[in-house]
Write a protein that binds this ligand. Structure first.
Ligand SMILES: Cc1ncc(C[n+]2csc(CCOP(=O)(O)OP(=O)(O)O)c2C)c(N)n1
Length: 643
């Protein structure tokens, strides 16, 4: 309450209400060692109700996490502080994930609990055997993602996941009865969870419930902790006014009085602090035992506990991609890029043991499952492929949880149009800087008959608008293999692979060492004469631009062809390279999506050939004709621009 008061901004109610229950959890159950925050076998603690960030920061300070001093609590919500408004992954040790968008943390917790089982199946009890605890509020449970996440967790029997629900009956607008009358216990129970309800201010009751939950091995657990929001504040406790604003000096003084707390703001008596610091080191010996067990692993296996792409694995990836590119060039297949992606995965899965695939019920369409991958089933986590079911949003957030857990590199598929169904999770992959790979197929009107509900039009533009997200749209099999290589090689940036349903020709003719997609864009075809126009394409439309270049050549117009599979990587190149690639002449871009953003590459004198409306239901070739995304239209645009 003091930190919120000092910042005059923040959420005191939830931390005050849940402090009792969380103290029981942290002091009696949570396996962690503040001196080793990166201990791979620590229990994970996720504050899904991220607005209650002060609760987490206070715990990190009290238990003695490195670099979390009282001055950091005093800098709550200030520029550059570790104690941002909502917990941000990477800002301080002990913050396991970024939370704030309600429900995401809960689903991250499902991912972490699944990651724990996957790693346990691979590395064994000696080195991976921990719990995941999530603190969730009414808001988290009202969000739709909670349904997807708890349903998947119950199905997969994630017995090491324990959710403490801050059951305070209050959200921002007032009592939750204004908007919700779910029986949460029965809802979770119906999804296969073990459930219990306790008085969250009764420490023994909370302790018993956690002990019972830990003993249930084949079901995740929900413990509804009945609490009072803003507990201790004499006039404001139990009201929505404590949710998101400072209590005020007067109420704070009265709260001190009511709780019998005689100390000033940010003052923790030595004895109390010493006891908390002892809690912080309580599992120090367990850590040492773990360290000894881990030391017996082969160095490679030890490294893979946290980072699936070790230098050895990276070497194997480079080799596999190189071989694959050579065979693609030799065969020059006409292949949908979703199929080249599958072929790439067939080559990668055997050399990247930590690669964990999946799809939201579109495995065959997305080409995400290879012949070698066994399925992860309830109770058996040795496989490498997850059937996420029709749960795109949870899939994204679970992949974030998997990546955060460490040891695995998740990828998951659905149709590109349904990035809308998981966009909040994609955004958080990017904000946290996680290597999560979204395999998004059926990436344009080229999917044909399924029609405009399924045809992404604005999606490439809207995904490119997300910072720290690499949006790849490979044009052929060779580029597809290169984009996969890049996606795996960027541990701090998530990737979207936008892939076609329809076949595309192989345009790349040499598979020499260099990964040409690494620069985001490159010249695929330079005319013999000085360039008069540059044609720029991505994905399936690179072939359209290529044909246009041929038509122009027949008319003695010198057109260069540029492939631009990843804007973000291209934007990161120096100006000289970009100018050399794009050329000083008029530029024509072609992409079966909206124009938004293309002007940065085409310039004021450029043209764009693409979509300006939703698509339609028809065979793909008819749609390309109907929407005039054709070699003829591109060639005409080129001539107009030159003129
Ligand atoms: C996805 C999302 N929608 C809306 C918000 C804004 N918001 C923050 S907290 C909150 C109410 C949460 O209520 P509850 O979980 O009961 O928290 P409590 O009031 O108990 O602290 C809302 C609507 C948000 N953070 N995330």
């Amino acid at each position: 309450m003091d930190a919120v008061q000092r910042a005059n901004s923040g959420h005191p109610g939830m931390p005050m209400g849940m402090a009792d229950a969380v103290t029981v959890l942290v002091s009696r159950f949570l396996k962690f060692d503040a001196a080793h925050p990166e201990w791979p076998d620590r229990d994970r603690l996720v504050l899904s109700a991220g607005h209650g960030s002060m609760l987490l920061y206070a715990l990190l300070y009290l238990t003695g996490y490195p670099g979390m001093g009282v001055e950091d609590l005093q800098a709550f919500r200030q520029l550059g502080s570790k104690t941002a408004g909502h917990p941000e992954y990477g800002h301080a040790p002990g913050i396991e994930t970024t939370t704030g968008p309600l429900g995401q943390g809960l689903a991250n917790g499902v991912g972490m609990a699944l990651g724990e089982r996957l790693m346990n199946a691979r590395a064994g009890d000696q080195v991976c055997d921990h719990f995941t605890y999530v603190i969730a509020g009414d808001g988290c449970l009202m969000e739709g993602i909670s349904h997807e996440a708890i349903s998947l967790a119950g199905h997969l029997k994630l017995g090491r996941l324990i959710v403490l629900f801050d059951d305070n009956g209050i959200s921002i607008d007032g009592e939750t009865s204004l908007s919700v009358s779910d029986d949460q216990l029965r809802r979770f129970e119906a999804s296969g969870w073990h459930v219990a309800g306790v008085d969250g201010h009764d420490s023994e009751a909370v302790a018993l419930a956690i002990a019972n939950a830990k003993a249930v091995s084949d079901k995740p657990s929900l413990i509804a902790c009945r609490t009072v929001i803003g507990y201790g504040a004499p006039t404001k406790a139990g009201t929505a006014s404590t949710h998101g604003e400072a209590l005020g000096e007067e109420e704070i003084a009265a709260t001190r009085e009511a709780l019998g707390w005689a100390h000033g703001p940010f003052e923790v008596p030595d004895l109390v602090l010493a006891e908390w610091r002892a809690i912080g080191r309580k599992h120090g010996e367990t850590y040492e035992t773990w360290e000894k067990a881990a030391a017996k692993l082969e160095p490679e296996a030890l490294a893979e506990l946290t980072e699936p792409i070790t230098p050895d694995v990276q070497k194997a990836i480079t080799q596999a991609v190189q071989d694959l590119k050579a065979s693609f060039v030799a065969e020059a297949p006409k292949l949908a890029t979703r199929q080249s992606s599958k072929k790439t995965l067939e080559a990668l899965v055997p050399v990247v043991p930590g690669l964990i695939g999946g799809s939201a019920d579109l495995s065959g369409s997305n080409g995400t499952k290879t012949g070698d991958q066994a399925i992860v089933t309830p109770g058996d986590y040795a496989g490498g492929y997850i059937h996420y079911g029709v749960r795109e949003h949870a899939m994204g957030a679970v992949m974030n949880g998997l990546a955060l857990h460490g040891g695995v590199a998740p990828y998951g598929g659905t149709f590109l149009v349904f990035t809308d169904y998981c966009r909040p999770a994609i955004r958080l992959s990017a904000l946290m800087g996680l290597r999560v790979i979204y395999v998004m197929t059926h990436d344009s009107i080229g999917l044909g008959e399924d029609g405009p509900t399924h045809q992404p039009v604005e999606h490439l533009a809207s995904l490119r608008a997300i910072p720290n997200l690499n949006v790849y749209r490979p044009a052929d099999a060779v580029e597809c293999a290169e984009c996969w290589e890049l996606a795996l090689a960027t541990p701090e940036t998530p990737s979207i692979l936008a892939l076609t349903r329809q076949g595309v020709p192989t345009l790349r003719t040499d598979a020499a060492g260099e990964n040409l997609c690494a620069k985001g864009g490159y010249v695929l075809r330079e005319p013999d004469q000085p360039r008069q126009v540059t044609l720029i394409g991505t994905g399936s439309e690179l072939a359209v631009a290529n044909e246009a270049a041929e038509q122009l050549a027949q008319q003695n117009i010198a057109a260069a062809l540029v492939s631009l599979p990843c804007w973000e990587l291209f934007a990161a190149q120096d100006q000289a390279y970009r100018t050399q690639v794009l050329g000083p002449c008029p530029r024509i871009a072609v992409e079966a999506g909206v124009a938004q953003g293309w002007e940065q590459w085409t310039g004021a004198n450029g043209r764009f050939v693409g979509m300006a409306s939703f698509g339609a239901s028809a065979p793909a070739p008819a749609l390309y004709e109907h929407f005039a995304i054709t070699p003829k239209a591109v060639a005409q645009a080129a001539k107009d621009a030159i003129a």
